[in-house]
Design a protein around this ligand. Structure first.
Ligand code: ATP
Ligand code: MG
Length: 371
């Protein structure tokens, strides 16, 4: 299981938007998720349609009185996402536990008791590095720092990285750090330059897909739901799904029964290659094109594209291996084809194919050219 804090002392850089949509997209990939709202503003709470002023027990009581997280979690409209809510009372916590022992480890202890119930715990932090953020970072194994590339300050980021470094040293606790560029407008030269600069500075820890500016993300919060429930055909939904792909790729392979949606390769398949790869094509076709998609948790994987008039799985032979590898074979003549996978009701680009094209509907398709 993984515990990920979403932190940055800079306000309005996309922490809450990331916490809400990352948790929903993880749930869509069959992970059980607990979202902990550690911000007295209660924006993650609102984002899941819970009115902060109406909650009884909240994360405040967990930190103040040591009650169990299990006693405060609420179900949300998204299957597999539970919420530990917060409201304005949380702003008093710093004073209320000022003299208490181990006040920086309150969340750590609470999470330790409840973490067995979840694959992921996502913690939304407030825009400062006070006691609440320190509690979150102490409890987390990883931190994602959203970076607003439209208004970027290396100074602010440096300060946060320094804090994480100090925390690592002080507590003897290593927090893996990742940077997620947000509010990216690829039409802006300034934003493109900033993104390139940040990428070269922080190679290896920065998400490769930035989250683009998307009004649907903004709107979905006011409707009290993640963008996946509001506008599946939006840039915001696509970008957070892509970010989740990257999170899943970082999953520890030793995590029991967890595997990642990775396409090992799509290949032109002849009967000879088919037999080498363990694909029994004989009997139904002489040769075809093999698309491979691996995700043991996927219940249904289909493929659609120009080659089958975008009718999922039309003309496609499917083989599902025991280990969750889906093999899709389709006879295609030479040419260029756009396509997508359709996984448990969600359209998705081919994660193993770097060739993508804008489909003019605000998202992208994978592209394959067969000679
Ligand atoms: N990719 C995006 N495109 C458009 N609007 C966005 C995007 N990400 C976030 N926003 C909007 O920007 C505002 C700030 O985002 P958000 O609340 O996620 O930031 P935050 O870091 O949690 O803020 P705070 O520091 O106050 O907690 C919100 O109105 C949100 O809807
Ligand atoms: Mg926030």
């Amino acid at each position: 299981m993984r515990i990920i804090a979403i932190a940055n002392q800079k306000g309005g850089c996309g922490k809450t938007t990331t916490a809400i949509n990352l948790s929903a997209s993880l749930a869509k990939r069959n992970r059980t998720v607990l979202l902990i709202d550690m911000d007295p503003q209660g924006h993650s709470t609102l984002g899941y349609n819970v009115r902060p002023e109406e909650i009884g027990l909240s994360i405040y009581h967990v930190l103040k009185e040591g009650i169990s997280l299990d006693n405060i979690v609420l179900n949300t409209a998204v299957n597999n996402v539970k919420l530990a809510p917060a409201n304005i009372f949380l702003s008093a916590i710093e004073q209320d536990i000022a003299g208490a022992s181990e006040k920086e480890k309150r969340l750590y202890h609470a999470v330790n008791v409840s973490k067995k119930n979840y694959d992921y715990i996502i913690i939304d932090c407030p825009p400062n590095l006070g006691l609440l953020s320190i509690n979150a970072l102490r409890a987390a194994g990883e931190v994602i720092i959203p970076l607003d590339v439209s208004f970027f300050s290396l100074h602010g980021l440096g300060k946060l990285l320094e804090t994480i470094e100090i925390l690592n040293r002080r507590s003897g606790h290593k927090v893996e750090t990742y940077l997620l560029p947000t509010m990216y407008n690829r039409r802006s030269r300034f934003a493109r330059e900033i993104l390139e600069e940040v990428k070269s500075h922080f190679k290896g820890i920065i998400f490769s897909t930035p989250i683009r500016v998307c009004t649907k993300l903004r709107e979905s919060v006011s409707f009290g739901c993640p963008v996946s429930e509001y506008a599946t055909n939006s840039i915001g939904h696509w970008d957070y799904s892509a970010a989740v792909d990257e999170v899943l790729l970082q999953e520890d392979p030793s995590m029991e029964n967890r595997s990642v949606a990775v396409l090992s390769s799509s290949i032109n398949i002849t009967p000879k290659i088919a037999s080498e790869r363990g694909v029994a094509t004989s009997g139904f076709m002489d040769s075809g094109f093999l698309f491979i998609y691996k995700d043991p948790r996927a219940i249904e994987v289909k493929i659609a594209g120009d080659f089958n008039n975008w009718v999922p799985d039309k003309g496609v032979v499917t083989i599902r291996d025991e280990d969750g590898t889906w093999k899709k074979i389709i006879k295609i003549s030479p040419g260029a084809y756009q396509y997508k996978f359709f996984i448990d009701g969600e359209w998705k680009e081919d994660p193993g194919n770097p060739n993508i094209v804008d489909n003019k509907m605000g998202s992208c398709n994978s592209l394959i050219v067969i000679d």
